[in-house]
Design a protein around this ligand. Structure first.
Ligand code: PGA
Length: 256
């Protein structure tokens, strides 16, 4: 199963920062052998600059941090998939908890975005995750409902272009990553649900973990059967640390 490490830069960096970032990143970066396993999601306005800079580095691609479902029109402040592709993005992160929590994003809207992204031959990284930690696992239904609603309306064919990111809100930016036990339990439940939804394709869907991942804790997470990589916030802002996270994350799956 292929791995994926996606750097979610959120609302950070200016165009002047990019050259230095990618220079440091490229020093130690080794492209994955048979697939692209590293994706950067800069703010929209930096996509084009980032695209120019990464064109010299083999094995990485770009993601947008959101995407609108319509092609064009009277939607002030929104960005369509063709605009994103025009700037070099081949992936889009959708339904991140910060969008759900602070900007009223609903799973129904995420489903519309996901449909547009895959129709445009891009890949959708669909984020789901519970608000609060509950020892007894009573939040499982909350997570599954988000999953079902956020990918509703996608055919099995389209599901090939979907990546799921499990990001418990209580673990994001807190320095308190979910334990391997929790991640294992939730990713196994998600796998079962994805197989129910999409059969064989669901058995192969990449499921990322996100929330306070570091170079130190990534290997024990990627070692888990149903963890296919990570959506990385804070650590991805430091090119050397993000690089080390990728190296260690690959080791967790016994990949060089
Ligand atoms: P974090 O963010 O790695 O800083 O916890 C992850 C995310 O929000 O995608």
């Amino acid at each position: 199963m292929s791995l994926l490490f996606a750097a979610n830069w959120k609302m950070n960096f200016l165009s002047k920062d990019l050259k230095n970032y990618f220079q440091i990143f490229a020093e130690k970066f080794v492209a994955a052998e048979n697939s692209v396993d590293t994706v950067f999601a800069p703010p929209f306005v930096l996509l084009k600059d980032a695209d120019n800079l990464i064109s010299k580095i083999k094995g990485i691609e770009l993601a947008a941090q959101n995407a609108h479902w319509l092609e064009s029109g009277a939607h002030t402040g929104e960005i369509s998939c063709s605009m994103l592709k025009d700037c070099g993005a081949t992936y889009a992160i959708l339904g991140h908890s910060e969008r759900r929590q602070f900007y009223g994003e609903t799973s129904a809207a995420v489903a519309k975005r996901a449909k547009a992204v895959v129709t445009n031959e891009m890949k959708a990284i669909v984020c789901i995750g519970e608000q609060d930690y509950k020892e007894d696992g009573s939040n499982t239904e909350e997570i599954l409902q988000q999953l079902r609603e956020s990918v509703s309306g996608l055919s099995t064919d389209e599901a090939n272009k979907v990546i799921i990111a499990y990001e418990p809100v209580w673990a994001i930016g807190t320095g308190r990553a979910a334990t391997p036990e929790i991640v294992n339990r939730i990713h196994n439940i998600l796998r079962e649900e994805l197989i129910k939804l999409w059969g064989e394709v669901g058995g192969q869907t990449i499921i990322l973990y996100g929330g306070s991942t570091t170079a130190d804790n990534i290997a024990e997470l990627t070692a888990l059967k149903n963890v296919g990589g990570a959506l990385v916030g804070g650590t991805s802002l430091k090119p050397d640390l993000f690089n080390q996270l990728i190296i260690n994350g690959r080791k967790g799956k016994n990949l060089a």
